[in-house]
Design a protein around this ligand. Sequence first.
Ligand code: NAI
Ligand code: MG
Length: 354
Amino acid sequence: MNAHTISVLAGDGIGPEVMPVAMEVLDAATRDRGIRLEWREQPWGSDYFRSHGRMMPVDAIETMAATDAVFLGAVGHPEVSDVETLWGMLIPIRREFDQYVNLRPVRSFSGVRSSLAGDPEIDTVIVRENVEGEYSSVGGRSYPGTPFEAAHQQAIFTRHGIERIARYAVEVARGRSGRLVSATKSNGIIHTMPFWDEVVAEVVEDAGGIELESVLIDALAARAVRDPRSLDVVVASNLFGDILSDLVAGAVGSIGIAPSANLNPEGRHPSMFEPVHGSAPDIAGRGIANPIGQIWAGAMMLRHLGHADRAEAVERAFTAVIERGEVTPDLGGSLTTAEVGAAVVEELSDDADV
Ligand code: NAI
Ligand code: MG
């Protein structure tokens, strides 16, 4: 028996609605296949914060370190500052576990109309640097409360950090078209971005066999809207990758579909799998959240745990369900979160018969 322990952090808002549905799908995909998923559910998040004054207990990182992966729903609550929630839970996990790759695949499904004119077919992977860059904690406020008040935010780009994300992106590109686009802004950000360009170019040159194109992020945003099919694999810094992946996911039709993996590729620490969307307070509690982003993130987790065939079975199953139009309201359907989950489970059991 192949057993994996998984830390489950359903979190806030729609997180606890989509999480059980995804767990059921993953159980259905692995049951009777010699794989056992041992779920370790943790009550951490904004409710925990209101009773304990922190998002997770002090030893949370140690607790999760003893498991094979982290499966996260969403964090964020309208009554708790995002500084508390994101920096109290999501960001410490990414950093403590050195999850330096944020992998975000985005693709179209037939039956889901793109929000772009012409309904282009999109199939792009964004490889986002996940632990340094613009999202650094270095900085502060000076002269608060005076007319001279100022905020300083120091972006940090290291050779080590750029090299390893570029190397990872090169391998993703090699497994696809061999084309890699690097997002930059070396015309406006004069220290970090020329350094990024230099190091990415060196890594690509050393690796060989990859065609590299450096594109300024503003032009790249326009291109993602005008000609998304020209983007196969994109490597980007923390901020640029964050924005670009929401942009491309939005272009496909709904952010509720998009998955993401926070990877520590060397496996020294657990990796974390989560949908791209947040806690969606505007629809929370109504049972209508799209569970596909969470389910797809679960498929990425199965692949990471060494079960590529099971990941593909899950991907086939939810693709069939989406293409039949069995979808939640964000995609124009009328199914509930649970009904979509049941349809995917049903599809998986048919798949197993083949
Ligand atoms: P959001 O992704 O939660 O929602 C944006 C819009 O998309 C909303 O209209 C929402 O209803 C819709 N949406 C999102 N997921 C959906 C789903 N599965 N099915 C159907 N519709 C869906 O982003 P927003 O509103 O900017 O942020 C809400 C909270 O979530 C904030 O506190 C924010 O900081 C946090 N957040 C957390 C993230 C995480 O946990 N990784 C990522 C993004 C935001
Ligand atoms: Mg984001």
